[in-house]
Design a protein around this ligand. Structure first.
Ligand code: MRU
Length: 360
């Protein structure tokens, strides 16, 4: 995607350094950060400087490659395994992170150069997959559609294009007249900060709505479809996504509005038979108790907005049962949210089983 007329990916690697768009500063400041080693890259994932399933997947792959390169440089054979543990402990829910680490790990057992090639190939694949998701998803969007989305599953959440927003970008570029309702997505406000910024940059008509307005708008006949991203999809189609997604899916079902999930197949986890097996990240209570934004000098400040005597519980994701999902838009087509649908998509993805061979 372009920012200020220049083409960017959210995360990329040059030599042994990783570069990324610092998402915690957006939309107030656009800054590229450099991470010199796997420890700094782990911190970037942990602190959500890079967030969103595909983006942290690509970064995790690069981080694993950085560890293999360092291990080779300082001749420390135990370093890569230690780094793998550290990377896998950064954030638990997005499947893409583990998918990338597994692939780069296998390649790194041959050599650090293979690890690097694998990481670069995975990032390229993430971008290509999201582009295809856009093409399939666009077929669902009719001229005049008003689309609601939750959190940020735009290009910032991937290497490029995005999942839920990729069809929206394509529909807009094809001249369809569309409008997007952006859920603010408390507590970190990925909708109000990141999705709104992306849509503004692309000149797509949109408005931010309170998280709790979805049902009201849907029953008021203001929403034609909802598209959300995914952080992990279980073998039966149950889908983990940003907290609040489940409620939106319930509202959409009750209002008779199609509710789609858009995600690359790297988000599917066959080891999770159902959504009950998906580990849900719990984040710091500070995300609820404080709000942040720039002061008059542009310095980002945190202020307490909740009653000082109270604590908070902050689950970062929820699981939407498959039966509430109208379909899953993947890079291999739109499939039913069911065991059969998932299998069908994986069967169609020749590269899924052979990705390692392709890289090597
Ligand atoms: O906690 P985040 O911001 O990393 O959450 C992930 C997400 O951005 C969302 O859940 C998104 O809708 C799916 S990831 C493309």
């Amino acid at each position: 995607m372009k920012v200020g007329g220049k083409q960017y990916r959210t995360v990329w690697m040059e030599d042994s350094s990783v570069f990324f768009i610092e998402q915690n500063l957006l939309p107030f400041e656009f800054r590229i950060q450099q991470s010199l080693n796997y420890r700094e890259s782990c911190q970037a994932i942990r602190s959500m400087q890079v967030r969103g399933a595909g983006a942290i997947g690509a970064l995790a792959g690069f981080t694993m490659a950085q560890a293999f390169l360092e291990a080779e440089n300082i001749a420390d054979p135990g370093l890569a395994a230690k780094a793998r543990e550290e990377i896998e402990a950064t954030r638990p829910t997005a499947r893409n992170l583990f998918h990338a680490v597994e692939k780069v790990w296998e390649a790194g057992l041959i050599s650090a150069t293979y690890a690097l090639s694998a990481a670069l190939a995975l990032a390229d694949k993430d971008s290509e997959d999201c582009k295809k998701i856009g093409e399939y998803g666009n077929s669902l969007i009719r001229d005049g559609f008003r689309i609601e989305t939750h959190c940020n599953a735009g290009w910032l959440a991937f290497v490029d294009y995005g999942s839920a927003l990729s069809p929206v970008y394509l529909a807009h570029s094809k001249g369809k007249n569309i409008f997007v309702y952006v859920d603010e997505t408390r507590p970190r406000s990925q909708g109000a900060r990141l999705t709104a910024w992306e849509l503004h940059e692309e000149g797509i008509p949109h408005t931010i709505i309170p998280d709790n307005a979805g049902a009201w708008l849907m029953f008021g006949g203001k929403v034609d479809m909802m598209i959300c991203g995914a952080d992990r999809i279980a073998a039966n189609g149950d889908t983990a996504n940003k907290i609040g997604t489940f409620e939106k899916a319930l509202s959409a079902k009750a209002a008779g509005i199609p509710f789609y999930i858009a995600a690359p197949l790297s988000t599917v986890d066959l080891n999770c038979k159902t959504g009950k097996d998906i580990l849900i990240e719990e984040r710091s209570e500070d995300e609820l108790l404080y709000a942040e934004g720039p002061d008059e000098e542009g310095i980002i400040r945190k202020i307490r907005t909740a009653s000082p005597g109270s604590g908070a519980y902050n689950p970062a994701f929820d699981v939407t049962p498959a039966e509430l999902i109208s379909g899953i838009i993947t890079e291999k087509g739109i499939v039913r949210a069911s065991g059969e649908g998932i299998k069908e998509a994986l069967r169609a993805d020749e590269g899924y089983e052979t990705l390692k061979l392709n890289i090597l």
